[in-house]
Structures are given as structure tokens and as C-alpha cells.
Design a protein around this ligand. Structure first.
Ligand SMILES: [Zn+2]
Length: 471
């Protein structure tokens, strides 16, 4: 069956047909982090969604080229660099490294390319030059270069592809802040910002004088450099639809690099925002979480990933600590079932993955990445498997088939293996208990069991010996 998803461009669910005439390869760009601070859990909802989309496209047999930029030149970063009196790269390197640590803790696949804006200034300048040559960019009295929406519309461009806009509200004269004063029209946006004293050492030479790029042009330049002037998929959070993505389309198509009739991006996918504990995240409300905050509370990246993947990407989702406890319980149910299947399957041949659950999973995911229906199918399968396990009705070969099916499903869900190895000192206690039991010292054996229980571990006696299991 074909994969379908909601394209913001057409505001409808469309079948995914890659631009590749062979129908195999797909280019995917997702707006990456602005490395001015630790990324919060709302940011990571978008990145986990992009990871899911990539993994599912790969599961469907597409060869995906995944690009995610690093925004390392931007107003907030420049402000922090000034406050901290540190070179730009020193400042951003710290948060970029932290971002990738978190990214890995959430088991997101590393994109094939992660270009930094600061390393693509030449590409950005050359894109602005193309816009200037076509009369779509102008230098204002403040020395900055702006994109003229009027000129763009005048030569056939359509500004407002992703979002219906009310241009009456964007007329000149309704300038809302002083830095917009130099523009010809309030809706025009900066391509190149002239150097001001507050920028400190963050500036580059350009044909329009020293300065730095605007945020929107960074993504146009880097995405087209990596994936070509036209590519298949552009993802991001819904808060980026306007103005960021609208501006990306205007700049990229305005530069005219695409072949006749080809769009900059064929499919735009946007993830909904995240509420935390029922409210918009804010430091003052105490519901502002980075991944690090959650790990410090004893949760794992695996649990956070699971919770972020329980809701459909287009629905706003309420992320709570209680939800994370629920995620822990749900994962334990899956792990227990898989653990038993693995034991039964041990030693059997490599098995085909013909299980029904794989079919129901695929059917659900084909419909606009319907994870809610996919999890429904998975938990139905866990229930049924548990029932059959309780009746000892699953033989090694079918168990191996089910395990293979799960492994395929998990290539998409990307749940990292459970970290269930008990600490070494507890494993030593477990061995001591075995020795006590063999010596019929039941008093000692019971005392060890109680001690382990107090530390949060239960002893499970299996035909293959005892093992420790988290309570
Ligand atoms: Zn972007």
C-alpha cells in the first residue's frame, strides 16, 4: 500500500510519490536546532517526528537523504555571545554537542548532513546575489538587504502558499518595530543584516558591506546546496510555517533555480506543538523541560521517545510526568512479552516476518503516520501473545517469526534496547543467593532476595537460571 500524508502546501492528504523517476530516493530536510541553549522537549518532538518519518520511508524501501541544519548565526546566539564574551564557535559548539547527545539519547538517527549556517556564508551570499539580479532584493537605507514581496508577486511568485495571509494587515506604515523602519513594506524580510555594534565579532564581508545573514535565507541556501533546488520533503514544527517556511519558498523559488514547473519542495509536513503539564512551556511556570531535566528525574531517553511517539504528529500533545510513568509501564509490558518470546525463540533458525501485526502496523503508518492506530495494533498483539504464552501455545519457530516482525516494526519506532543490566554488585548478590540455595541455606537466600527487592530488583527463576528484573 502507498504511504500518504498531509501536505501543508495543498492542505490535504496526498500519496507520497518521490521526484526520483525510479521512485526510490527521497530528499528530506528538517529545520534543525538554534544552538543558543539546551533544546527543550517541545523542540525534540519535531526531531523525533522527523526521525520517525525518515525511518518509515526507509522501511517502505525508499533511500532517504536526510539533512538537518544547525542554526549557529541568529539574534539570540549573538546576544548570548556578547553577554558571555566568547567567540561564536566556542559558544555554539557547547550547545551543538549537547544537542547531539540528547538526539542520541532519544535514539534519533543522525542525519546524513548537518550543515552549519556559519560555514555556508558564501552559499548564502550567492543566493542573495541571484535574488538581487532578478530584482527581488533591495538594499535599504540601514544597509541591510531585504526581500521584496511585492516584486516577487509582481513576477508571478505567490507569497502565502502555506498560509493564507491578509496583506491588508501587512501594508507599509504599520511598522511594528524600529528595525523594520528601513524596509519598503512591513512584510519584507531581511536577507542580509548590516553589521551593528551589538554584533561584536559576528560579521562577514559581503557585496553589501559587513553583516550577517537573516535566519530564513540560511535554510534556503543550505537545503538547496545539499538536496538540490527541488526536493521531496521539508519538515518542521508548525510554528515555522509562517514566516520561516513561507519565506524559504519565496527566496528559493524567487531565485529561479528550479526547472520549469518544479517546486522548491514537493511535500511540506508540520508537527503540532507540545503542551507540558497542560500549558505552554515556560520557565516561570516550572513546566519547562530539557531532556537533561527529565533524565535527572530518573526517566530514560527511551521512555521520553516512546511518549513523544504515542501522539499523532499533527495533534497537539500534552506531555506530563505522569505520562512518562505510563510510558514506563507500557514499555515494561512490551519488554516482558518480548523477553518471553526471545527465550522460546532462542536457538531457532532465522525466521520470516509474516506476522499479522506487521501488516496492521504498516496499514496504520501508511495513513499519515497514524502512530495511535499503530500502537493499538502492537498492544493488541502483546495481549494476544501473552494469552498464548500463558497457555504455552507458542513454539520456537513461530516465536522467532514474531520476534523478526517486532524487529522490523522497531526499525521504525526506534526504541533503543532496554537497559536492564543490573548493577554488578547486585549481580554478585544474585550469584551468592544461588550458592546459598544450593547449600540449602534458605535463610541467607531469602535475606538476599529481600535485600534485592529493597533495591528495586526482583529475582525471576527461569529454566535457564535466575535473573534480575526491575520491579
Ligand atoms: Zn529552517
Amino acid at each position: 500500500m502507498a504511504l500518504k500524508f498531509f501536505n501543508t502546501l495543498s492542505r490535504s492528504v496526498e500519496e507520497f510519490v518521490p521526484r526520483d523517476p525510479q521512485g526510490r530516493s527521497a530528499g528530506l530536510y528538517c529545520c534543525g536546532p538554534t544552538v543558543h541553549d539546551f533544546a527543550h522537549i517541545g523542540n525534540f518532538r519535531t526531531f523525533v517526528f522527523a526521525d520517525l518519518a525518515r525511518r518509515y520511508l526507509e522501511f517502505k524501501g525508499f533511500s532517504v537523504r536526510h539533512v538537518m541544519n544547525i542554526t549557529d548565526v541568529e539574534d539570540k546566539i549573538i546576544q548570548r555571545v556578547r553577554e558571555n564574551q566568547t567567540p561564536l564557535r566556542d559558544y555554539t559548539a557547547k550547545y551543538e554537542a549537547a544537542f547531539f547527545q540528547d538526539f542520541q539519547a532519544l535514539n534519533c538517527l543522525r542525519p546524513h548532513e548537518t550543515p552549519r549556517a556559519s560555514e555556508h556564508i558564501a552559499d548564502i551570499i550567492s543566493l542573495i546575489e541571484k535574488l538581487a539580479a532578478r530584482g527581488l532584493a533591495y538594499r535599504a537605507a540601514d544597509g541591510s538587504v531585504y526581500f521584496s514581496i511585492e516584486k516577487y508577486q509582481g513576477c508571478g511568485g505567490h507569497y502565502g502558499r502555506l498560509l493564507k495571509l491578509n496583506f491588508e494587515e501587512m501594508r507599509p506604515g504599520q511598522r511594528v518595530s524600529s528595525d523594520e523602519y528601513a524596509k519598503e513594506a512591513a512584510a519584507d524580510f531581511a536577507l542580509w543584516k548590516a553589521r551593528v555594534p551589538e554584533d561584536g565579532a559576528v560579521f562577514w564581508p559581503s557585496p553589501w558591506g559587513e553583516g550577517r545573514p537573516g535566519w530564513h535565507i540560511e535554510c534556503s541556501a543550505m537545503s538547496m546546496k545539499s538536496l538540490g533546488p527541488s526536493f521531496d520533503l521539508h519538515l518542521g514544527g508548525e510554528d515555522l510555517i509562517f514566516p520561516h517556511h513561507e519565506d524559504e519558498i519565496a527566496q528559493s523559488e524567487g531565485a529561479g533555480a528550479q526547472a520549469a514547473g518544479e517546486p522548491f519542495v514537493k511535500y511540506w509536513l508540520h508537527g503540532a506543538h507540545l503542551l507540558v503539564e497542560g500549558k505552554k512551556m515556560s520557565k516561570s511556570l516550572g513546566n519547562y523541560f530539557t531532556l537533561r531535566d527529565l533524565l535527572a528525574k530518573g526517566f530514560t531517553g527511551r521512555e521520553v521517545r516512546y511518549l513523544l511517539l504515542t501522539a499523532h504528529y499533527r495533534e497537539s500533545f500534552n506531555f506530563t510526568l505522569e505520562g512518562l510513568q505510563g510510558a514506563r509501564a507500557a514499555l515494561a509490558r512490551i519488554d516482558e512479552c518480548l523477553g518471553k518470546l526471545a527465550e522460546i525463540a532462542a536457538g531457532s533458525e532465522e525466521a520470516p516476518s509474516t506476522a499479522d501485526v506487521l501488516q496492521s502496523f504498516t496499514t496504520a503508518m501508511d495513513e499519515d503516520f497514524n502512530v495511535a492506530a499503530a500502537w493499538g495494533a502492537i498492544f493488541e498483539w502483546v495481549r494476544e501473545t501473552n494469552r498464548q504464552l500463558a497457555e504455552n501455545r507458542i513454539m520456537p519457530a513461530p516465536a522467532a517469526t514474531l520476534m523478526t516482525a517486532w524487529q522490523k516494526i522497531n526499525q521504525v519506532l526506534g526504541l533503543p534496547p532496554k537497559q536492564e543490566n543490573a548493577p554488578e554488585d547486585l549481580v554478585r548478590l544474585l550469584i551468592e543467593r544461588e550458592i546459598a540455595r544450593k547449600a540449602k541455606d534458605f535463610k541467607r537466600s531469602d535475606a538476599i532476595r529481600d535485600e534485592l527487592k529493597a533495591k528495586g530488583w526482583a529475582i525471576e527463576d527461569t529454566p535457564k537460571g535466575s535473573r534480575l528484573k526491575r520491579l
